[in-house]
Design a protein around this ligand. Structure first.
Ligand code: SF4
Length: 435
């Protein structure tokens, strides 16, 4: 087997997918070859997610499987589980060669060098600046992520991210704008600004700079046919200045992803979310007034400790009230070291599952209702690829982030097309291209 062939498997969110693009870039730039089958690799890498116990379990079962199926390989664990578990991974799994936390991907080549010399390495220091200029292997040739801020200072009581990704660290605006310019020059059609909480952008910079200002600068930097998105927003910090910037922008998509998490003020307080339902309601009202045509999506958790039937009913009421286009739902999963993991009145798994089913059903109805209202419109769609469940059809997204499926030739992938929306389903709309 030729040397330096690596396989990488990524679990988790966009942040992890973006990290993987840098990890692959660093390795390919140094002459390593990426392979798509783990059996062809002599380096096996896992970029991990610790947001739920289930995702963490997947990591450990994969390491165990590699021990049996792929012995004698270098095995490296990166990402949030690496950060959280550190050296204990080496103690637990003798086949793991190194553990590299979330802040140290730029050390990867040095870590591998030490591994080749026979060392088992753990690098999980959360301190450190933001290395610029790392090579990136972008998976898409038309959609790109641009990290703007790393880490999170919010400490929502259920969330492990502040522990696995450290405190907020904003990139300099000039570095971000340079990257955006390069992407536009390379022909990218959609740029998503990425951060655990994008609204915190700039607060740690030694001069006055905000996310609203950055978004406005990015909007001016991109040219005609480019969409700008951002994720994730924190409802409490989504201020009027930002709303004005979006309203005056040419390229920022009118799609708002505002994680609500619960419809109960009592639970929001226990989650340390820092807003009430009334504040969230006011924000949504302002947005709907300013943007009569917009997409609204959210994140919701069921079964947070102490969530009663009444609390959960308020979450269902919130879905009815706000009419979300889509909700990313999750069962609360206690994470070691977080405040909520030690709270009384943990909710049983059966109740959580039952609530999740009810919530998902209601969200599907909400989405279908909204999609029906969109019918007959002609929408600009960025074509993502072949529709996985519809033979001979393509799939893309509208500015409002609604999935549209329509017949078309694969040469359209990566381009904007106009599609007339004809048939609504819960999570997508079937359409026909208008030429
Ligand atoms: S804002 Fe809250 S939920 Fe989001 S990453 Fe930070 S701590 Fe976690």
């Amino acid at each position: 087997m030729p040397e330096k062939r690596f396989y990488i498997k990524t679990f988790g969110c966009q942040m992890n997918l973006a990290d993987t693009e840098r990890i692959v870039g660093i390795l390919e730039d140094a002459g390593y070859i990426r392979v798509q089958d783990e059996k062809d690799a002599n380096i096996l890498l896992l970029n991990t997610c610790a947001v739920r116990q289930k995702s963490e379990n997947k990591v450990y079962s994969m390491i165990g499987r590699w021990k049996v199926k792929c012995p004698d390989r270098i095995v490296g664990i990166l990402g949030c589980v690496a950060q959280e578990a550190g050296a204990t991974i080496l103690d637990r799994f003798e086949n793991v060669s190194f553990v590299l936390g979330t802040v140290g991907e730029w050390k990867l080549l040095d870590v591998l060098h030490r591994v080749y010399k026979g060392e088992r390495v753990v690098e999980v220091d959360l301190e450190g600046g933001i290395p610029e200029g790392l090579p990136v292997h972008r998976e898409s040739s038309f959609k790109a992520w641009v990290n703007i801020i790393y880490g999170c200072n919010k400490f929502c009581t259920y969330c492990i991210v502040p522990y696995t990704r450290g405190r907020e660290r904003s990139r300099k605006p000039e570095d971000i704008l340079k990257e955006v310019e390069e992407l536009v020059r390379a022909g990218y059609k959609e740029i998503t600004l990425l951060g655990q909480n994008v609204n915190s952008y700039g607060k740690d910079l030694p001069y006055d700079y905000s996310f609203a200002k950055l978004l406005s600068e990015v909007d001016k930097t991109v040219s005609n046919d480019v969409w700008v998105r951002y994720t994730t927003s924190y409802p409490r910090d989504f201020d009027d200045g930002l709303i004005s910037v979006i309203a005056n922008s040419k390229h920022v998509c009118r799609n708002f992803h505002l994680p609500l998490q619960s419809g109960s003020d009592r639970i929001l307080k226990a989650m340390n979310r820092g807003y009430t339902m009334q504040q969230y309601r006011t924000l949504v009202r302002k947005l709907k007034e300013r943007f009569p045509k917009m997409g609204l999506t959210t994140d919701l958790i069921v079964g947070f400790p102490g969530e009663s039937d009444e609390d959960f009913a308020l979450t269902l009421d919130a879905v009815r009230e706000f009419g979300f286009d889509m909700g990313f739902t999750a069962i609360y999963s206690p994470r070691p070291g977080t405040v909520a993991a030690h709270m009384d009145k943990q909710v049983s798994h059966e109740i959580k599952r039952c609530r999740l089913r009810m919530l998902n059903r209601l969200l599907a109805e909400s989405s279908l209702r909204n999609n029906k209202k969109r019918l007959k419109r002609v929408e600009k769609v960025l074509v993502d690829g072949v529709a996985p469940k519809h033979r001979g059809m393509l799939q893309g997204r509208t500015e409002e982030n609604v999935t549209v499926v329509f017949p078309g030739d694969e040469s359209l992938i990566g381009n904007f097309v106009n599609v007339r929306l004809l048939e609504a389903y819960s999570f997508y709309i079937i359409g026909e291209r208008e030429v």
